[in-house]
Every structure is written in C-alpha cells, then in structure tokens.
Write a protein that binds this ligand. Structure first.
Ligand code: COA
Length: 166
C-alpha cells in the first residue's frame, strides 16, 4: 500500500535532493522553471511518498500557470516535477503521485492540467499532445501535453503559457 502525504516545509530540501538525483544537472535551467519562479506551488498538490523508515522515495509538485488565450486568460495546473528514487522506480509510485494529483486537482476545482514530458509515459493517464499551447522556448512542442479535468476545458484554449503572478 502506497501512502502519500502533503509535502511540508521540513521536506523541501529532501525533495530537492531527490529531484537533483532523478533529473539531469541544470534542471532549473529548463524553461518550465521560469513559470515557477517567484510563484508558490499549490501546497495541497505537492505530495511525497515515503519508505518504511520515513525517507522520501517519490515526490510531485504542481504550480498554477496562465494561458494568454484569444478568449481571455485561462488558469491551468502545471504538473511536475515528478520524481521517484531509482531504487523504487517501476513500483507504481509515479502513477500514484500523478493520479492522486489529478484526483485532488479535480476536487479542488481545477479544469485543465498541462506538463512537459514523454507522451509514451503520460498517455496512460489520459494526457494528449496540446496543439497551439506554447511553453517558453526552448520547449519541444511534441512534449507539451494536457488533460481535461472538466469536459471541454482545453477546447479553444491556445496561446503562450505564462507565469501566474503572485
Ligand atoms: C518518470 C518517473 C516519475 C516514473 O515513476 P515510476 O514510479 O517509475 O513509474 P510507474 O511505476 O508508475 O510506471 C512505470 C512504467 O512507466 C514506464 N516509464 C517510465 N518512464 C517512462 C518514460 N519516460 N517514457 C515511457 N515510459 C516510461 C516504465 O518503463 C514502466 O513501464 P511498465 O509499467 O510497462 O513496466 C520516474 O521514472 C522518474 O523519476 N524518472 C526520472 C525523472 C523524470 O523523468 N520525471 C518525469 C519528467 S517528465
């Protein structure tokens, strides 16, 4: 049984360590981080998984972003980063973190979610390539994926993804 908890302030550096371990050096230079600069994550949607000794083995954080759509500015949830310690990969932790996030985001009133990632992994959760939604460069448009938490939530929503101002 996988137990997920909300990340606390005390967990911050342990999660940072896990992200450093799981991602290539320079992860914070990724364009998606520019959308997170100076913006608080959605606390209720930042989750950690722990092993029996209490060490963090998986984590997910989520940020609000906006899309400057021709039909007005729209809110979206930017999912990630999500990471699972290499010794625990393939045990379903990543799926548990993502599915819990999507469930709680829907309950929390979020309509649409996007991320930058591998479609072959995220397709299983219902993510599809988003056409016309552009992340800050340099981002491969093939990796900009989205999912609707309310039917039609991405319909007609196109344009650049921008930082949610605090
Ligand atoms: C991606 C990640 C979070 C998945 O976590 P996980 O707990 O291992 O995932 P799950 O156990 O839920 O799923 C494992 C399955 O996903 C597959 N998978 C993992 N990463 C994948 C990828 N990038 N593309 C396609 N499939 C992938 C595995 O091969 C495995 O397949 P199987 O079920 O057929 O055996 C984890 O591998 C990780 O931390 N990777 C490094 C950081 C990273 O890339 N994060 C995502 C950024 S977009």
């Amino acid at each position: 049984m996988i137990r997920l908890d909300e990340e606390t302030a005390d967990d911050w550096w342990e999660v940072e360590g896990l992200l450093d371990l799981c991602f290539a050096p320079g992860r914070e230079a990724l364009s998606s981080y520019r959308l997170r600069d100076g913006v608080a994550p959605v606390a209720a949607l930042c989750l950690v998984a722990r092993d029996d000794d209490g060490a963090i083995t998986g984590a997910i954080r989520n940020w609000p972003v906006r899309i400057d759509s021709p039909h007005g500015r729209k809110w979206a949830l930017l999912l990630g980063p999500v990471a699972v310690h290499p010794t625990h990969q393939g045990e379903g932790l990543g799926a548990a973190l993502i599915l819990r996030t999507l469930e709680q985001a829907r309950e929390g009133g979020w309509s649409r979610v996007l991320l930058v990632g591998d479609l072959p992994y995220y397709r299983r959760f219902g993510f599809e390539k988003l056409d016309g939604v552009t992340m800050p460069p340099p981002t491969n448009p093939e990796r900009v994926l989205g999912i609707e938490l309310r039917e039609g939530a991405w319909r007609g929503v196109t344009g650049p993804v921008t930082r949610a101002m605090p």
